[in-house]
Ligand binder design. Structure first.
Ligand code: 9W4
Length: 425
């Protein structure tokens, strides 16, 4: 189907008429993102991003809109594209375009259109870049290397993007400095546990509205995402079972109070299954055939291959969609299994991803890193830099203060004690 789009001088979005609804979404996110709002206020006079042109390639969501507006408050000009054709919220994109912000993003665009949008954002010759997945930086390196001379620095939001950039830097081919926002403690440690944890449960509830209390909730994989899901499901009264392949991870699950067993055993007793491993074929035919009638399957790991959907298709006699993101498979053995969000990430497809409060910290790191590049970029090398510890602690401190919580401070004597080799036991 041909995409319906509205085009202007500096934007291309699905439908400008949806701007008002987008404004309400953005307003809501603003009320939940105190760190960014604080930083915006702090830098609104000083305008450390004055004369900076930022090209961004990042999911067009209500939270990203708050980041964009904060960058503008700090003096920047921006031009934006979405980093995933399915993650753009068309209402939010319309609100940004209606406010005169340069944005090229609409839900469901094809690959050609995706790269066209990136090219459009490069037309205004950026001095800084912001990436999620490194597609913007890759485009600059492959198609417009001459632009690097104007670029003071860039930032990268995700693990995958940071991997790509470290590989580029490893070959000595990175053309300008980049800061790995992903590796900030206030990003990855909170996104994965609290963000994915809550939003995955949210996705399951939106797609099913089932009661968690008293159910056997099986989590495959006890990394940060698995731990977040287990913690929140337990909070709702579910009996959590963890399956693992790594002894130390399994041990952590056991000592956190959960039952640990192989998937072959868990398959027989689970009511709800969620995969969070990053690996494929975690739930396959032999597991599905053992499952109880009414079992719910979903995934919050990397891809849609953790639950082997081909196997489920193979052993079904019929299937029907019973509500959004919930498909009932009737198996040859007469039992029914419910697959959520087609095995894709249930927290993104059936819910809204990380809550705004969590994105607040990731995006505060983006904001501060771009200011750092604007100020220091000329003196940085063409390397991938980590977020400095002080920045992590600054973001954490602002968040705590917004939550009305104070903490203790080391005395000089305590400081000396913990930093000295002289005091032994
Ligand atoms: N969103 C996404 C991706 C695929 C996808 C077919 C209907 C990631 C991080 C943030 O990837 C993201 N596929 C969908 S919906 C959908 C959504 N389908 C597939 O069937 C639905 C994505 C970062 N983030 C948050 O987590 C919260 N605010 C943010 O900015 C956003 C989106």
């Amino acid at each position: 189907m041909e995409n319906m789009v509205t085009t202007g001088d500096n934007y291309k979005v699905a439908d400008l008429g949806r701007a008002e609804a987008g404004r309400l979404r953005i307003e809501w996110a603003e009320s939940r993102m105190p760190v960014l709002m604080h930083l915006g206020k702090k830098y609104s006079d000083q305008k450390p991003l004055k004369d900076q042109r930022i090209a961004g390639c990042l999911h067009v969501t209500k939270e990203t809109a708050v980041l964009i507006k904060t960058l503008i408050t700090a003096g920047a000009e921006v031009s934006w594209s979405g980093c995933n054709p399915l993650s753009t919220n068309d209402e939010v994109a319309a609100a940004l375009a209606a406010d005169g912000i340069s944005i090229y993003a609409w839900h469901g665009m094809n690959v050609e259109e995706f790269y066209w949008c990136i090219e459009k954002t490069l037309e205004f010759k950026p001095t800084l870049t912001l990436d999620d997945g490194a597609d913007l930086i890759a485009t600059i390196h492959q198609k417009h290397p001459e632009m690097a001379k104007n670029l003071l620095g860039g930032t990268e939001e995700t693990t995958t993007g940071v991997h790509r950039l470290r590989a580029l830097a490893g070959e000595g081919k990175l053309l300008y400095p980049v800061i790995a926002v992903n590796d900030a403690e206030t990003k990855w440690d909170f996104d994965n546990v609290y963000g994915t944890g809550q939003s995955s449960i949210d996705g399951i509830l939106r797609a099913t509205s089932i009661l968690f209390a008293g159910k056997n909730f099986v989590v495959a994989g006890y990394g940060h995402c698995g731990r977040g899901c287990a913690m929140r499901a337990a909070g709702l009264g579910a009996n959590v079972i963890v399956t693992e392949v790594k002894p130390t991870a399994a041990l952590k699950a056991a000592l956190d109070g959960y039952r640990v067993m192989p998937m072959d055993e868990a398959a027989e007793i689970g009511d709800i299954f969620i995969t969070a491993t990053g690996c494929k074929d975690v739930i396959v035919q032999r597991h599905m055939e053992k499952m109880k009638d009414g079992a719910v399957l979903c995934n919050t790991g990397h891809y849609d291959c953790e639950v082997n959907i081909k196997d489920l298709e193979k052993i079904k006699v019929s299937k029907k969609t019973i509500r959004p993101n919930n498909v009932e498979f009737t198996l040859k053995n007469g039992r029914k299994i419910f697959l959520l969000a087609e095995g894709r990430l249930v927290n993104l497809a059936a819910a809204e991803g990380h809550p705004s409060e969590v994105m607040d910290m990731s995006f505060a790191n983006q904001f501060l890193s771009l200011i750092h590049c604007a100020r220091e970029g000329k003196d940085l090398n063409n390397e991938v830099y980590d977020i400095p510890e002080e920045q992590d602690q600054e973001v954490g401190a602002i968040k705590l203060s917004a939550m009305n919580m104070s903490i203790d401070k080391l005395t000089e004597e305590q400081e000396k004690y913990i930093n000295s080799w002289e005091f032994g036991t």
